[in-house]
Design a protein around this ligand. Structure first.
Ligand code: PEP
Ligand code: MG
Length: 584
């Protein structure tokens, strides 16, 4: 039966495929396809690991002291029984043989199928066996991790949808459905096999959504109970423009969305023609379109989209998902250098680490450790709390600046004392490199305007910094007191609130008055609905995901900034700017 689940639209486009349910705790398991010739070996890997676990449990049974509690013996029996369970073994075989999933992926997929059945059981004792099954699978996975894999390395990129056979067994596009994914988890899927994503939780500018958008595949977040309502392998459609997932679509709906999908593909191809067109408005203003990146490996996509530099390299993605082991100076230097080299002489703006809030270092420290993580030890506050870690990053960035144009950007500043402390640490990092006799390059220094307090005290920012970059995602969150990750208040997250627009407009005007550079690098910059308004407010530099650059360029080419300036003042003064915006 067809039904739909509604959430928030975060990444454009239509995906049609089968649902892959992944528990949040299982995302670190490798997901890739194997070749048909590898199926037997892959099943053999699971079998060998399972046999090893069986042997281990038998050994534990034999070594059990006589006075051991009877529950323990019973538990081992249950685990042994689950290990031999036909549903587990035949299910794993099915996913490997029919879908060509790698062994670990097949195992966790079958775990989800059986776990769902346990959840539906009336009998409480049986329902609780789900935890035992999870432990058993965990043991098998651990064995597989320890054993050398006979399988070749996973293919580097996801299979493109158009390369796939629309056969009902293998090679069908896959859509990932999960309760929650951390931004670091999302990054793991960047080169994955998935054609779309749906999560139960999350807001439009949560970092999970931002990474999904950077992958340029359809995504819906905040879809509440999606992961409960969908079953493993259901056919689904993700409409990333409308924020809807349609489950078990009828043939008519499938045909309609297939058509929409082709239309979107044609539109993308059409936009490609603008790649080499300079971003100049009708009245001759040159507009700078920059890229936001998460990893150095994103640089080629930025160049391909025609970006004239990187306006925001979110360096924290180098720090996340490493079980607390932070990247050292050399590793960071190499990563920044790769980004600089990758941009082939164009400027790269490296933002110092912004962990905290919805970007935890590790999943283990994710929930409940701080009462108000977005208001807590985040971004520059985190860096200043650990000067040695911060100096390591500063040295690495300064050294990378010897290889090309680098701008250093500091997130979440609010106080003059923080600014002074930060700048003296930058000087200190330079002095350390001088002492070592190590080469480094000049950097332009920039601050992000993300906290209303910063936007209201621009004088001190303009005194100390060469340029400002407006982080509208946080500026909106903190101005309106809306948690950007919380879908229950997503309807109040309003980029067009008069207070937000005033802070943005004042920041642009103050920079212009002093001849300092200013850009917007929040999601507003990549949303074509706001391009003309930002141009009208005087913005000339936009930084966004590479995938959005051509659509924004198209808007720029159709705009006349002189006319837009008068209109933008009306929007600024309106009681309800969104109506004025739509009315034009
Ligand atoms: C912002 O806040 O707008 C921004 C660009 O930074 P981030 O989204 O990484 O918080
Ligand atoms: Mg921010």
């Amino acid at each position: 039966m067809t039904f739909s689940v509604h959430g928030l639209a975060v990444a454009r486009g239509i995906a049609i495929g089968r649902a892959v349910l992944i528990a949040s705790s299982r995302v670190d398991v490798a997901h890739y396809f194997v070749e048909a010739s590898q199926v037997e070996a892959e099943i053999g890997r699971v079998r060998a690991a399972r046999n090893a676990v069986v042997d281990e449990l038998h050994r534990l049974q034999h070594e059990m002291p006589r006075d051991a509690p009877p529950e323990l013996t019973a538990l081992l029996d249950v685990h042994l029984m689950l290990l031999q369970d036909e549903m587990l073994t035949s299910g794993v075989k099915h996913w490997v043989t029919d879908r060509l999933y790698n062994a670990e992926w097949a195992l966790t997929t079958q775990l989800e199928v059986i776990a769902r059945q346990f959840d539906e059981m009336e009998d409480e004792y049986l329902r609780e066996r789900k935890a035992d099954l999870e432990q058993v699978v965990e043991r098998i996975l651990r064995y597989m991790k320890g054993a050398a894999s006979p399988v070749a390395a996973p293919p580097p990129a996801r299979r493109r949808q158009q390369d796939l056979l629309l056969d009902d067994t293998v090679d069908v596009p896959l859509v990932l459905v999960a309760h929650d994914l951390s931004p670091a988890d999302m990054l793991q899927f960047k080169k994955s096999v998935f054609a779309g994503f749906v999560t139960d939780v999350g807001g439009k500018t949560s970092h999970t959504a931002i990474v999904a958008r950077s992958m340029d595949i359809p995504a819906v977040v905040g879809a509440r109970a999606a992961s409960q309502l969908v079953r493993q392998d259901d056919w689904v459609i993700i409409d990333g423009d409308a924020g809807v997932m349609i489950v078990d679509p009828s043939p008519i709906i499938l045909a309609e969305y297939g058509f929409k999908q082709r239309q979107a593909e044609l539109e993308r191809e059409r936009l490609q023609r603008l790649r080499h067109t300079p971003a100049v408005t009708l009245d001759g203003r040159k507009i700078e379109l920059l890229a936001n990146i998460e990893m150095p490996e994103d640089a080629p996509a930025a160049l391909k989209a025609g970006a004239v530099g990187v306006g925001l390299f979110r360096s924290e993605f180098l720090f996340m998902g490493r079980q607390g082991d932070l990247p050292g100076e050399e590793e960071q230097y190499q990563a920044y250098k790769r980004a600089v080299d990758g941009m082939q002489g164009l400027p790269v703006t490296i933002r110092t680490v912004d962990v905290g809030a919805d970007k935890p270092l590790d999943r283990s420290v994710r929930d409940g450790t701080h009462l108000n993580p977005a208001l807590g030890l985040r971004a520059i506050r985190w860096s200043l709390a650990d000067p040695s870690m911060f100096l390591t990053q500063l040295r690495a960035i300064l050294r990378a600046a010897a290889h090309g144009q680098v701008h250093l950007l500091i997130p979440m500043l609010a106080h003059a004392s923080e600014i002074r402390q930060t700048l003296s640490l930058v000087d200190f990092a330079r002095a350390e490199l001088d002492n070592r006799g190590q080469a480094y390059g000049p950097v332009k220094l920039g601050a992000m305007i993300e906290i209303p307090a910063a936007a209201l005290s621009l004088k001190v920012f303009l005194k100390y910094f060469d340029f400002l970059s407006i982080g509208t995602n946080d500026l909106i969150q903190y101005t309106l007191a809306i948690d950007r990750t919380d879908e229950s208040v997503a309807h109040l997250y309003d980029p067009l609130h008069p207070a937000v627009l005033k802070l943005v407009a004042d920041t642009i005007a103050a920079c212009q008055a002093q001849g300092k550079g200013v850009s917007v690098c929040g999601e507003m910059a990549g949303d074509v609905a706001f391009t003309r308004l930002l141009l009208g407010l005087g913005l000339r530099s936009f930084s966004m995901h590479p995938a959005q650059i051509l659509a924004v360029k198209q808007e720029v080419l159709r705009s006349d900034t002189a006319k837009l300036a008068t209109w933008a003042q009306h929007v600024l003064e309106a009681e309800d700017p969104s109506k004025t915006l739509l009315g034009t």
